[in-house]
Design a protein around this ligand. Structure first.
Ligand code: FMN
Length: 212
């Protein structure tokens, strides 16, 4: 089992050329939506949303905003990982209401933790909160990359895009969101030169330090 997972992780690569004729099934897309939502986040606050774009015209318009990387046009779907534009007191309170609702956790247990988070976030600069939220988006990206590999879905993690242009095209400001990362998903083209290349990695012994 362990070696099977490693084989799948070796199979995955940052796909440079997708086969535009191959589409993910609804079930596969649902798996990616569920995996996104199951991503662990700091305090469980999930300060993220994910756009799932399959519209061909919109995908085409994304190319010049993505450093002319054609993956966003040819992929079956383009996932855009977004962070919230801020964390309000109401957002935090809603989170604790949800815990109370789902787990029936008594308020006397929840309230001190809620107060702690309300105070903690009130004391942070907006840039600090934005950075913290962006880190959560990277976690979701990692989770999605692994799930794609396990499901045999090709993907290309992308920082190479212009967030402000994405935000304007996709109406993200109106949704209270800012784009952080892009993940085209689908199937590799048969002639993607990169799919045959060997993995370039430092040695495991070089990057892992054991302290026994
Ligand atoms: C956060 C992040 C951003 C990346 N941005 C891009 C990108 O804009 N375009 C691209 O072709 N590859 C991008 N990559 C892919 C990396 O170059 C690639 O993952 C790395 O070279 C390792 O190769 P592999 O994923 O094929 O094993 C990105 C990867 C990560 C994790």
């Amino acid at each position: 089992m362990a070696s099977e997972i490693i084989e799948k992780l070796k199979w995955r690569y940052a796909c440079k050329k997708f086969d535009a004729s191959k589409k993910l099934s609804e079930e596969q897309v649902q798996t990616l939506k569920d995996a996104f939502n199951l991503t662990a986040t700091s305090y469980g606050l999930q300060p993220l949303k994910m756009l799932v774009i399959s519209n061909p015209e919109i995908k085409e318009q994304l190319v010049p905003m993505s450093m002319d990387q054609e993956q966003v046009k040819d992929a079956s779907h383009v996932l855009v990982l977004c962070r919230e534009n801020g964390i309000s007191s109401d957002y935090i309170k809603t989170h604790f209401d949800r815990i109370e609702d789902i787990r029936s956790t008594p308020r006397e247990i929840l309230d001190p933790f809620q107060e702690y988070l309300l105070e903690s976030f009130a004391g942070k600069k907006p840039e600090e909160v934005s950075l913290w939220m962006a880190k959560q988006a990277y976690l979701a990206l990692g989770n999605l990359l692994t799930v794609c590999a396990l499901e045999g879905i090709d993907a290309c993690p992308m920082e190479g895009f212009e967030p402000e242009r994405y935000d304007a095209l996709l109406g993200l400001k109106e949704k209270g969101l800012t784009s952080v990362l892009v993940l085209p998903v689908g199937y590799r083209a048969d002639d993607d030169f990169f799919s045959e290349l060997k993995k370039v990695r430092r040695g495991v012994d070089e990057v892992v330090i054991e302290i026994n």
